[in-house]
Design a binder for this molecule. Structure first.
Ligand code: SF4
Length: 328
């Protein structure tokens, strides 16, 4: 069946993925393959803008690619590759930077936020980050980019940059990508408060063992008002219940919802039930991951082959871009 167009999406190499990545991006990546030609990129160059050390970069890239493959990204259909393996993106970034007003970059809320977070390292790459992101997308002539609502301004920036480039050089070679706004559920970490994230160490890794998963689940913060087992709880404010709604059967969700409110179920049993359901859910993923991990070279082969295919598209675009600019 003919696909609807080409999707591009990139993610930083953060190593082993967690439940937040799974529900927020990975499942969507898998689903998009049904309708689109997909290009999924591990954006290692972007990571350099904030990393203090690159010592884990290679391993994190490998682990992330492994998780992507295990979850169901199909490299024989989709292009999966590492950003730095396609150097054309740096070239396009440079050309796009010439049509981007500096003030527009320094005004972006994300830049201001990053500058606040790492005042010791407000580097040039951090300022130019949205330009490189635009280059990532338009280099592959992506029609569609899946974004959460909070990332919409970035895509609007990319669209404006494309318009500026095409206007400046009186061309149509670059395509304005369309936004595909996807519902990204906010997955709260085991602290019950903040978004699940590796850096906050409040995450549950997909590739953890069942026992490690159980231990993490048992650490989850529940309804803070429920002190004793005999206190009735409020599932509406409890992150464990939010997870039940995703990973447990409708009957179990109903049971927890009712029994929690009348102290018919304790938090320990409630968490055990969730941990069991989560482990069952992740079991096929973990099995596939283990299989693939037996031969790490295969993962690198996938990434190398992805880069080869990505470079073909990239170079074709760059031939047009250089011509449009009028480079000798
Ligand atoms: Fe949360 Fe379950 Fe405890 Fe209720 S019983 S507060 S839903 S962990």
């Amino acid at each position: 069946m003919a696909k609807k167009g080409r999707v591009f999406s990139g993610a930083r190499p953060t190593g082993r993925q967690h439940l937040g990545n799974y529900l927020g991006a990975m499942l969507n990546y898998v689903a998009l393959q049904e309708d689109y030609d997909c290009i999924y990129c591990i954006v290692d160059v972007h990571a350099l803008t904030t990393l203090d050390t690159t010592q884990d970069l290679r391993q994190n890239t490998y682990e992330m690619a492994l998780d992507w493959l295990a979850v169901g990204i199909r490299p024989e259909e989709s292009i999966v590759f590492v950003q730095s393996h396609v150097p054309q993106v740096m070239e396009l970034h440079t050309y796009l930077s010439m049509v981007t007003p500096l003030g527009k970059l320094t005004d972006l809320p994300t830049f201001k936020e990053k500058a606040r977070e790492q005042p010791h390292n407000v580097n040039y790459g951090l300022v130019g980050y949205p330009v490189l992101m635009t280059a990532d997308i338009v280099l592959y002539k992506a029609d569609v980019v899946p974004v959460g609502v909070d990332q919409a301004p970035h895509l609007e920036f990319a669209r404006e940059t494309v318009r500026s480039f095409n206007y400046r050089y009186n061309t149509q070679v670059l395509i304005e990508p369309q936004m595909k706004v996807t519902h990204v559920p906010k997955v709260i970490g085991i602290d019950g408060q903040q978004k699940m994230s590796k850096s906050l160490n409040n995450h549950i890794e997909l590739a953890a063992t069942p026992e490690e998963t159980r231990q993490r689940v048992m650490q989850m913060v529940t309804d803070p008002q429920r002190i004793r087992r005999s206190d009735p709880g409020n599932p509406d404010v409890c992150n464990v219940f939010s997870m039940h709604k995703i990973f447990s059967s409708p009957e179990q969700v109903k049971m927890v919802n009712t029994e929690c409110r009348r102290a018919g179920i304790g938090c320990v049993d409630c968490k055990k039930l969730f941990a069991e359901n989560l482990n069952n859910h992740l079991q096929p993923f973990r099995q596939r991951r283990e299989e693939i991990a037996k031969n790490p070279d295969e993962v690198w082969d996938v990434l190398r082959d992805g880069a080869r295919r990505a470079r073909q598209i990239a170079e074709a675009t760059m031939v047009e871009v250089r011509q449009a600019i009028g480079l000798p």
